[in-house]
Design a protein around this ligand. Structure first.
Ligand SMILES: Cc1ncc(C[n+]2csc(CCOP(=O)(O)OP(=O)(O)O)c2C)c(N)n1
Length: 690
């Protein structure tokens, strides 16, 4: 039975919140500055249909991927009015404790519907929502958890968002995998100022998707409560039945400007504004309810209740303290759980991580393993130990990956745990994020480093997710990606390194192992950890035996941020990582006891102390990497040394790297750009003579 009183309450509350914020901002000269909402977005016009949608989102593990106009939905899913008002004011508590725009919301829950952490990028909500939907299927069918039966993910978006990559990527995922996912498109005809006809031909995405496979499509008037309720009941029932996804488009008016600073000048006529005002769904809701369902008196009572609740909430929100600047650096990475700083949602539980354990002591006498075999073995042991591990990417299933790293894993662990994905890197990473928030440990493969480009938005949002939700959410995923030069071959697409991009991205751990043992230890540490990790598999190590090492054991872990000293020397420090380690080892052999050689192993975090200690001892340093020179990670290390160890230096800090050209194809060209044993040795020689 539809609870229309509850729907009306949430629609009225949403309208009242918009009223308060808009009135305050309109009268900005006469109100105290701390009452202003710096970034105000109104849901006016979208509110009634969202409140109806909210009345259907009640599954134990339902989740919504939403956007900045979704506050009415959040209200109906349990957002407190005080949090709803405090967040746009930037006060403590709420969605982000003043870190993010107040309408970029989230709502963690372990006992009812969740609102996944929103992001400012239009369309970025879709693929994590599909990931949550896939995690529902995994919990339900593979982990046999009946509490996930009938649960769904819903993604909300405007008609502008249907032009984004995320929309199409998630639509492909949801329809090919028949995921329990509902696409809820609230079409107000405008993307800021751009008309819907620019986003999809004819401006009607539902019409255009009528023939899309495996998709139930419904199209209706979001200002008509009866029609909206009927269509929503139908699509939600369909998705809950487990037969596949659905898309509903509801037309709604945007009864305000796009956002606070927008005055609609130049793109919307007075007549258009008036026509939309005449479509206001709130009077239509009232007309539907009064007097048949609620009496005139009931409605008045409801309005009074809303006014009282919003008044109390506003007082509470304004009284909340502003966030203190000294805490702004917290929660970029996971903090100790002992201090009570566990995230509310995302990743493995404390108990699960403790049960997995790990040792930093390598087993003695393990057999020699090549790099690719080592990564496969680490994946295999983790898949065996932890039922929440899932491994996926393009071609990783039947074929075992184009580098054959996942060969045989699907056969052993099944298609639910090791699987191929559609060809969308945004989809691969967004899905991983949704799955990690859903409590799984996703290990995603990006086929080559360069092909992480289309996933940039999801990667960046994954990294900042813990910080911007003030530790309410985390998405610890592992992203494996091969890159760097191959055996006697390179090219701009398959041989990119550019690891510095991920060191620069906030919130990521970045592993750059040079050998099998470190690869196993770092991959395992990431898969038993609480931070998202880029795990770089160097192509030349995958293709040769350069990185072979003894198997260090089934529980071996290497902590991030700990360099390994490969040679002790007193006259020069060489800092390197990845495949360059092997060239540096050969170059250093020519200098007897002179070279102190450090393999950083991880560049985020990186072992500052080990580097500085070594440089203070030797007074000279050469940093060698394959990534291009300008703004490469070597620049970061050089700057740190220049500041922290300046008085210990006997020579300029030096870097040797590929000199700002893409990686070439022919072997001759490749060897002309890559640091070689000879050029590394020459550089060491020069520095030693300074
Ligand atoms: C990836 C991205 N590009 C551009 C923007 C700037 N932007 C914010 S809202 C918006 C229009 C979105 O329109 P629509 O999806 O129809 O939602 P509505 O605001 O109408 O509810 C744009 C272009 C953004 N936030 N993200």
């Amino acid at each position: 039975m539809t609870d229309w009183r509850r729907i009306a309450y949430h629609a009225l509350v949403s309208r009242a919140l918009d009223d308060v914020e808009e009135a305050t901002n309109r009268n900005r000269r006469s109100v105290p500055e701390e009452h202003l909402v710096p970034y105000q977005f109104s849901a006016r016009g979208h509110d009634v249909a969202q409140a109806i949608l909210g009345s259907f989102i009640d599954g134990r593990h339902d989740a919504a991927g939403a956007y900045y106009r979704s506050r009415p939905l959040l209200l109906s899913l349990g957002l407190t009015l005080e949090d709803a008002l405090a967040s746009p004011l930037g006060r403590t508590g709420g969605f982000s404790s003043g870190r993010d725009i107040g309408v970029v919301c989230n709502l963690p829950s372990t006992t009812g519907p969740v609102v996944l952490p929103m992001a400012g990028d239009v369309g970025s909500q879709y693929t994590p929502s599909a990931g949550w939907a896939q995690s529902i299927v995994y919990h339900r069918d593979t982990l046999k958890d009946d509490s996930y039966k009938g649960c769904i993910a819903v993604a909300l978006g405007g008609e502008g968002s249907v032009a984004t990559n995320g929309f199409w990527s998630s639509l492909t995922m949801a329809t090919t995998l028949k995921l329990p996912m509902l696409f809820y498109i609230e079409d107000n005809g405008l993307g800021i100022s751009v008309k819907g006809e620019m986003q999809t031909p004819g401006g009607d995405i539902a019409k255009n998707l009528t023939c899309f496979g495996n998709l139930l499509v419904r199209n209706g008037d979001g200002t008509n409560p009866v029609e909206s309720e009927k269509l929503l009941a139908e699509v939600v029932k369909h998705v809950r039945s487990g037969t596949g996804p659905a898309l509903i488009r509801l037309t709604v008016p945007r009864l305000a400007s796009h956002s606070g600073p927008d005055n609609q000048k130049g793109y919307r006529t007075e007549a258009e504004i008036a026509a939309d005002a005449a479509r206001d769904p709130l009077p239509k809701l009232r007309a539907h309810l009064v007097p048949g369902i609620l009496s005139e008196k009931d409605w008045k009572k409801l309005e009074a209740e809303v006014a009282r609740d919003v008044g109390v909430a506003l007082e509470g929100a304004r009284a909340r303290p502003a966030p203190a600047g000294d805490k702004v650096k917290r929660f970029v990475y996971a903090e100790t759980r002992e201090a009570g700083d566990a995230e509310t949602m995302g990743g493995l539980s404390e108990k699960e991580i403790a049960a997995l354990g790990g040792t930093e002591t390598a087993a003695a006498e393990g057999e020699m393993l090549r790099f690719a075999d080592a990564v496969r073995r680490a994946l295999r042991t983790e898949l065996e130990r932890n039922p929440k591990v899932v491994v996926f990417g393009e071609d990783v299933g039947v074929k075992g990956g184009v580098h054959l790293v996942t060969e045989g894993l699907q056969k052993k662990f099944g298609r639910e745990r090791v699987f191929d994905t559609s060809l969308s890197e945004e989809g691969i990473i967004g899905r991983a994020v949704g799955m990690a928030i859903g409590g799984l440990m996703p290990v995603a493969e990006i086929q080559f480093r360069k092909y992480a480009d289309p996933a940039t938005e999801q990667l960046n949002n994954c990294g900042t997710l813990r910080w911007r939700t003030a530790n309410r959410f985390a998405a610890p995923i592992v992203v494996r990606m091969p890159g760097g030069f191959g055996k006697d071959v390179g090219d701009p697409w398959h041989s990119l390194s550019a690891e510095v991009v991920f060191a620069h991205a906030i919130g990521w751990q970045v592993a750059m192992p040079s050998n099998s043992a470190d690869a196993i230890g770092l991959l395992r540490a990431a898969m038993r950890g609480r931070n998202p990790t880029i795990f770089f598999e160097h192509r030349s190590l995958l293709m040769t035996s350069d990185g072979s090492a003894r198997y260090p054991g089934d529980d071996y872990v290497v902590p991030f941020g700990r360099a390994k000293t490969l040679r002790d020397g007193n006259d020069i420090t060489v800092v390197t990582w990845g495949a360059m380690v092997h060239r540096c080892v050969h170059a250093a052999e020519q200098f007897g006891e002179k070279v102190d050689l450090l393999d950083l192993r991880t560049i985020a975090p990186w072992d500052r102390n080990a580097v500085l200690e070594s440089v203070r001892k030797t007074g000279r340093v050469l940093i060698v990497h394959e990534d291009t020179l300008t703004a490469g990670f070597g620049a970061e290390i050089a700057a740190t040394i220049a500041r922290e160890a300046f008085w210990s230096l006997d020579a300029p800090v030096d870097r040797l790297a590929v000199e700002d050209v893409p990686m070439p194809y022919h072997e001759n060209l490749l060897s002309a750009v890559l640091p070689s044993v000879t050029t590394i040795a020459e550089r060491i020689d020069v520095l030693l003579s300074v």
